[in-house]
Design a protein around this ligand. Sequence first.
Ligand code: TRP
Length: 336
Amino acid sequence: MHKKRVFSGVQPTGNLHLGNYLGAIKNFVDLQNKFECIYCIVDLHAITNKQNPKELKSNILETVASFIASGLNPEKNIIFNQASVSAHSELAWVFNCVARIGWMNRMTQFKEKAGANKENASVGLMVYPNLMAADILIYKATHVPVGEDQKQHLELTRDIAKKFNNDFKCGEYFPIVEPLIPKEISRVMSLRDGKKKMSKSEDSDQSRINLKDDKDLIDQKIKKAKTDNDSIPSEINGLKNRNEATNLISIYASINNVKIDKVLKEFGGKNFSTFKSKLSESIIEKICPIGKQIKKLMDDEKYLHKVLEKGSKKADILAKHNLKEIYDIIGLAKFS
Ligand code: TRP
């Protein structure tokens, strides 16, 4: 049996939004009291796409600031950046040799991100899921909080673990990881189009709530959020094929820690304008203090560096220990 351990990663994008918060960070905060948790800023994943070096540096710090501002305790959890712990890259290379090309070709995120011109995508983008598997398995983590869109990558992580365990006849050396997907909201959608994920790369700022948005801006974005002409249903069935309505109801449920059923009971039969004002209130109450705290922390770079330094040292010890075992299983050794 493997010791229960949580690992998750977040890409260092500046300007985190409600989707990052409800889909990932809020879940991290809830887990910190129940498990040993390791949270990683995956800067090496970020460079699978072109990055501006100066912005990348600042985005890494802003992601740490967002973690802490959202309530993650850096004393209790290991918070670090991927580039600080070289074992991630080393194990990723091993997994490049375990995973099959056919497996990579099936990854829908690669297809989406590479777009029409697949030949011109970086090789790193193609093997991105192997690095992700290495992130998790270098710590022999057992549980991974992620959004719905990462489910396929976790399946691949399980396939890699099984093949490695089998190929090298090492029992259950690598655990078979379990995803932890938030129940009330598995992905937060755009406020302008309920079929698209809320995203930083969407042109219109109206499509998302940023953690640093102020009260008035949040209020205005929710007022303008797309809905349909029907009123709010009192049963879940009534949300069928109503993407925008489903999204707003789910955001409300998630931010207030209540079940969707309960929200529908409360607002069923009412129109959206009443609901929207309650929704803005809840978002403002939760998000504005976080946004203010992020801005404050960004003025204290020294502190953020210290958090990363401490976390990276702890992670490096765990990772180095496991890498040695893994190399030994394969027949490799470091002589330097
Ligand atoms: N691919 C994840 C995302 O885009 C980020 C990530 C990288 C990750 N490594 C991870 C998530 C390990 C969980 C575990 O959201």
